[in-house]
Design a protein around this ligand. Structure first.
Ligand SMILES: [Zn+2]
Length: 462
């Protein structure tokens, strides 16, 4: 009789999938990263003075996961505008030296809040940042790098048996900002006739300990954190969403993963009350996901990373740049000054740049792809269309933008051809000349295909 019972238990646990699979290990850590005192803010080139006080503190959070065979990944989410290549490099080097993690094992994602510190050191020249505040920016970046390396260590130190579950829901406050503007936007929103592609999915990963207490909730959304343009520090709607999720799930760390929100804005916006309004709406979507169907994630982790080399259209020559020094647009003048200064120092404008592309597979249940840049929504929609079915398996597809290096917008071919700010106009506010060449989407998807293949669900389990 006893044998039958054992067989029954074994059969039951196989049938219920990995419901009791505690062969994952998970560890979380978080820290406040609001700069001390007044600082130069990023987000809007038009800023003319330093920060003034705090609406909501900025936080950095880390979730370390280790599967049954000891493979690891650490997700780091940041209430920050960008991840620069310099920050990424410093953190990855530290993670390699101190914890043996490779770039494929570490994912840095930022919420793109526009109410936090400027982190791009070249902006001192580009945007005339006062010297004292530029020095402070450099010091903050160094401090941040070390803080993030320590944070990874803390999350690894906190590893304990855990189980993972995938779920998802939707929320609709992101609108396509290229297709809906001004009064037209208000009218269409009232009539429920907004135009243009959006991605309203809210993917959720719940991490629980052996007592089923929630340790971490990772959730995503594809929308700019641009509700406010004031001079207060704030994590914007994503900061509020994380706060509300943590209030609802005591003791859990809530982590926001920015999706392909390059051409998406929250609506309505620009009033302080919208911060909590959209934060609440997103937190409620997370709550609905957590109350809905939970798909247990089996303990199997695979990661891969590959850079896509993206080419810029030919840069203006020296004579054109010198002419731009007297342009009536001050941003044009400042950009010409930056590039000419570099040319005089023997540095030609870059003809290409590398875009980080990373895949994280969690069991057969989640396939996450994380791409650098301010990725427009077309990428997420194409990713979901192309990779929705993996030999009969249907993992939850999770597209993260704003990961590992956020130096420019990443337009699709459609957006590049249409032009406008995300298509190439934004390059004036970066250190690159741009716009990209027309194979930008093709090159990015070639890298996406490679990393998905490397972690492929089609491969035999290890
Ligand atoms: Zn942006």
């Amino acid at each position: 009789m006893r044998y039958y019972l054992i067989i029954l238990v074994v059969v039951a646990s196989v049938c219920s999938g990995t419901a009791a699979d505690f062969s994952w290990q998970a560890g979380v850590a978080q820290t406040k990263i609001t700069p001390e005192g007044a600082y130069w803010m990023g987000g809007y080139a038009s800023r003319t003075k330093p920060s003034e006080g705090t609406d909501l503190d900025l936080r950095a959070k880390a979730l370390a996961l280790q599967d049954a065979s000891g493979d690891r990944v650490v997700f780091i989410t940041l209430d920050l505008l960008v991840v620069t290549p310099e920050i990424s490099q410093a953190v990855l080097e530290g993670a390699k030296a101190r914890y043996g993690l490779t770039p494929a094992n570490v994912l840095l994602n930022c919420s793109h809040t526009h109410c936090g510190p400027e982190l791009r050191l070249y902006r001192e020249t580009l945007h005339n940042i006062p010297k004292g505040l530029a020095i402070k920016m450099g010091e903050y970046v160094k401090w941040l790098n070390n803080r993030l390396i320590d944070l990874i260590g803390q999350s690894l130190k906190n590893l304990q048996p855990a189980r993972l579950a995938a779920s998802s829901d939707k929320v609709g406050f992101a609108i396509n900002r290229r297709e809906n503007r001004g009064e037209e936007l208000v009218k269409r929103a009232e009539e429920g006739k907004l135009k243009g592609p959006v991605d309203h999915q809210v993917p959720v990963l719940r991490v629980a300990n052996v007592r089923d207490k929630t340790m971490a909730i990772l959730f995503g959304y594809a929308c700019h954190n641009t509700i406010m343009s004031f001079f207060k520090t704030s994590g914007d709607y994503a900061g509020y969403a994380q706060k509300f999720v943590e209030q609802k799930n005591k003791g859990a760390v809530a982590m926001f993963v920015m999706g392909a929100g390059g051409d998406q804005n929250p609506y309505p916006r620009r009033k302080q009350e919208h911060l909590a309004l959209h934060g609440r709406a997103l937190a409620e979507a997370v709550d609905r996901a957590l109350k809905g169907r939970q798909t247990p994630v089996r303990s199997l982790l695979k990661t891969a990373r590959q850079d896509a080399t993206l080419k810029f259209q030919p840069a203006p020559d020296q004579a054109s740049l010198e002419k731009q020094l007297t342009d009536k647009n001050k941003y044009m003048r400042w950009k010409a000054r930056l590039l000419l200064g570099r040319i005089n120092a023997g540095i030609r404008p870059a003809s290409s740049d590398n875009l980080p592309v990373q895949a994280v597979r969690l069991g057969n249940e989640i396939l996450l792809v994380a791409v650098g840049g301010e990725v427009v929504v077309d990428y997420a929609l194409r990713f979901k269309k192309e990779f929705g079915n993996q030999k009969g398996l249907k993992p939850m597809l999770w597209f993260a933008g704003y990961s590992n290096d956020v130096s420019f917008y990443l337009p699709s071919l459609r957006v590049l051809k249409e032009g406008g700010y995300e298509g190439g106009g934004h390059m004036m506010y970066t250190q690159f000349t741009g716009p990209f060449q027309e194979d930008v989407e093709q090159r990015t998807f070639a890298a996406i295909r490679k990393v998905v293949e490397q972690v492929s669900i089609m491969h035999e389990d290890k």
